[in-house]
Write a new protein. Structure first.
Length: 140
């Protein structure tokens, strides 16, 4: 796995230790029926999810606001290491085709990195979102 330098002016990072097995954290990120249950903050919901879990595959979600407005988001997986790491970006469409920023994401482009590691009897997972500039990091 590649080590990345975190820039607090550009990147967001969340580290959590949970009392469940790494395989269950992996499933929560890679199975649409599980991801839709938790992927956005309540009262928002995820109304649709498509996962083609392979490098170059599609990661697609539709977030629904409390006013029932829908915000589709498309991305491309860059790295898939079962039970250990997921990397995707919305800067690319599936098949590594460059993406045109959509109105729903307000031009916000990022790369997400999810690292999963056994920690005692549970799991330490680190979610990192890399941004091109500080304004994007603040908006996100």
């Amino acid at each position: 796995m590649t080590t990345m330098a975190i820039n607090p002016d550009l990147d967001l990072q969340l580290v959590r230790i949970v009392d469940i097995a790494p395989e269950l954290v992996w499933q929560a990120y890679t199975q649409p029926e599980l991801l839709t249950q938790w992927f956005c903050p309540k009262p928002w919901t995820v109304s649709a999810c498509e996962i083609d879990l392979r490098p170059g595959g599609r990661f697609h979600t539709v977030m629904r606001s409390p006013k029932r407005e829908e915000f589709p988001a498309d991305g491309c997986y860059l790295e898939v290491v079962p039970n250990r790491r997921l990397v995707w970006t919305n800067g690319l469409q599936p098949g590594y085709r460059p993406a045109v920023p959509s109105v729903s994401d307000e031009g916000l482009q990022f790369t997400a990195v999810i690292d999963i590691a056994r920690h005692g009897t549970g799991t330490k997972y680190t979610a990192t979102v890399l941004h091109a500039d500080a304004a994007s990091q603040q908006r996100h």
